[in-house]
Design a protein around this ligand. Structure first.
Ligand code: ATP
Length: 368
């Protein structure tokens, strides 16, 4: 672990609206309070010491951890609950994954192997792992701030371009590290970006279930991902690369700034076809107030030709992300409308619930 906070970035500049700072009469401030969220700068402590995790097969998670009933989330492959390590009292998260056959097992071993290579403060850290019959439990760093997009649509959060820049900078830092390790995430989407805490502005990229080791000299093709966020080369079953994650970063940026999903169609088929044709624009009125630098940033990611897309490092050098640096001027601080973004988040939540229900049904779990 090293210097993961860019010392040049003024992280304290980001404006949040904190309830505890509300004046007695909020109307006196037009219901908006701009408060500097002062985060410690300089060295960022890792959540725990570096660990060489080996999957334990001779014992189960409940021997060493108290698993709480508090559900943190549910995904296609199982559920995530809060837990506490008995010997240290450390609060963590336990992700339970059902295995239905050798392919599932291979995928989970892949997830563990990948996570072991990804020790970085912008990426979710693995703490421990257990295997029992057809179930695996991954003990993970606890991320308690919830999904980034849910956080920003909250009424107590003022969404500005400046805030978007700060989140995008951290996302690119995490992706850049992943790519430096020759690992592709392949499921970059808003649900996989969590906030470390409810008040702070640090984020973490989670869910390495679809991540793959990548050798630039070999062709790698996959046929999975989330239609709205997946790159055209994935859908076409063409060779993929680090640029495939960068396409998704472009989609995430587009949605965060406007609440609009650039490739969303009336059906999954239409969405996939919109992605492969790579036609999109900034015509919606939501983009009227967005800076040209932001639009340029997106335009250099949502390119059909993956060789022309910016890398994560290019993104960090892009003028839009660099404008968050103090000495290079200030970004627009007017608040962006969240109406569309709220609709987007509710629709995705609904979709996720349906997917989780279908996955349970596939596993033979009765829902009645
Ligand atoms: P998906 O259906 O998105 O592929 P999955 O089965 O791979 O999901 P995850 O995405 O890893 O599972 O986790 C499901 C949800 O649980 C996440 O969206 C998140 O809300 C929550 N979650 C996962 N890991 C953590 C964590 N370490 N701390 C807190 N919440 C977590």
């Amino acid at each position: 672990m090293g210097h993961y906070i860019n010392p040049e970035v003024d992280y304290s500049d980001v404006v949040f609206y904190k309830l505890r700072c509300l004046p007695k009469d909020p109307s006196a401030m037009n219901n908006k309070v701009h408060v500097d969220e002062t985060e410690p700068t300089g060295l960022e402590e890792p959540p725990f010491e570096c660990r060489d995790v080996v999957i334990k097969k001779d014992k189960w998670v409940t021997g060493e951890y108290d698993v709480k009933d508090v559900m943190l989330g549910r995904g296609k492959f199982g559920e995530v609950k809060k837990c506490t390590e008995k010997k240290s009292g450390r609060m963590l998260a336990a992700k339970f994954i059902e295995m239905n056959g050798p392919q599932d097992k291979k995928e989970i071993l892949n997830e563990v192997e990948i996570m072991k290579h990804l020790q970085h403060p912008r990426l979710l850290q693995l703490y421990d792992a257990f295997e029992k019959k057809n179930c695996v439990c991954l003990v993970l760093e606890l991320i308690s701030g919830g999904e980034l997009f849910e956080r920003v649509i909250n009424d107590d959060f003022i969404l500005t371009e400046k805030a978007c820049v700060m989140f995008l900078r951290q996302i690119c830092e995490g992706v850049s590290f992943m790519h430096s390790q020759n690992i592709l995430h392949l499921d970059m989407k808003p649900e996989n970006i969590l906030c470390l805490s409810r008040e702070g502005n640090r984020i973490k990229i989670i869910d390495f279930g679809l991540a793959r080791k990548y050798n630039p000299k070999e062709d790698l093709r996959v046929l999975f991902g989330t239609p709205e966020f997946v790159a055209p080369e994935v859908i076409n079953f063409d060779p993929i690369s680090t640029a495939s994650d960068m396409w998704s970063v472009g989609v995430i940026t587009y949605v965060l700034l406007s609440g609009l999903s650039p490739f969303m169609g009336d059906s999954e088929c239409e969405t996939l076809s919109n992605v492969t044709s790579a036609t999109w624009d900034f015509n919606a009125e939501e983009f009227d107030s967005i800076s040209n630098e932001a639009k340029d940033f997106i335009s250099k990611l949502l390119l059909k030709d993956k060789r022309k897309r910016m890398s994560a490092n290019d993104c960090l050098e892009h003028q839009w992300l660099r404008r968050s640096l103090k000495r290079e001027g200030h970004l627009p601080e007017r608040s962006l409308s969240k109406k569309r973004l709220k609709k987007f988040v509710y629709r995705r939540k609904w979709q996720k619930a349906i997917n989780a229900m279908l996955a349970l049904r596939r596993m033979g779990v009765s829902l009645t």
